[in-house]
Design a protein around this ligand. Sequence first.
Ligand code: PHE
Length: 339
Amino acid sequence: MLTELDTIQTEALAAIRDVAEETALEAARVGFLGKKGRLTVAGAGMRDVPAERKKDVGQKLNEVRTAITSALEEKSAELIARRDAAAFASIDPTLPGRPLPQGGLHPLTLVLDEAVRILRRMGFALAEGPEIESEWHCFDALNTPADHPARNETDTFYFENGKLLRTHTSSVQIRTMEKEIPPVRIIAPGSAFRRDEIDATHLSAFHQLEGLYVDRGVSLADLKGTLEYFFREIFGSKTEVRFRPHFFPFTEPSFEVDLKLHAAGRAAKWIEIAGCGMVDPAVFTEVGAKRGDAAYDPDSVTGFAFGMGLDRLAMIMYGIPDLRLLIENELRFLEQFRG
Ligand code: PHE
């Protein structure tokens, strides 16, 4: 048996030495060490070895197994090293790497960041409210009667439970006044939703930036000054701003704000950018009733509010001709804003 084991070892080591690829090496392993492999079969012969020789033969068996196993391991390492070397042969590791495509901020985010930066410097703090709103926060508390066209099913997305997708960020005015006492000076950027036909200047999900300032003695002059300063900061000191009398249920008086645009090669044109006004005392009364205190007593506080379209702001800032570009995620468009 000892001679047989020697023979197996010699043959195994020779076979392994000659192997040139990984599948052949595996075949050799199975051929010698597998369940029906030669060494395994020979090992089964231990049964017939007389008791006094079992120790020697057993030891030999182990030596042979160890020798074969380490030969297999060595060869395997050698084959892997050779495969790696072949794979790397076609690569020049001294070449500079290929640059990874770099992400950038969406134009809306850029405009929003700039707007928030300017308004925070003026003392406005960020506030937020839910996009799924109650009718009370979106309309009733904002002095909007039940028969107002904005509340129509054809203008507003309603849920079956009576809630709705907020049609403007003005609901955050109410949310803020419910929680906080004057003075409040907040801005609330966010999404708003209307059942508008989507076209170059309308989206059904769009973005607004709401502002609210309530304190003793806040005046229309404060409102005008704030918005004029804001638009000149964002679009340049020569920007012309116009306040056009308008109507909103929750402000009195109310205005629409227009900016004069000087697009290259075209006659200058006014474009509507925001709604604003002095908070209607009826809103303070409604909030006061909900709060159950006199913090917003319309005889002692006044306020102004504004809401501007962020998508429009981006359009003007970057000369974007069609709002739909903002939601199409077309890379050729977005890549132009990479900082
Ligand atoms: N919520 C109004 C709109 O969406 C804008 C607005 C906000 C007007 C605040 C006045 C005061 O058109």
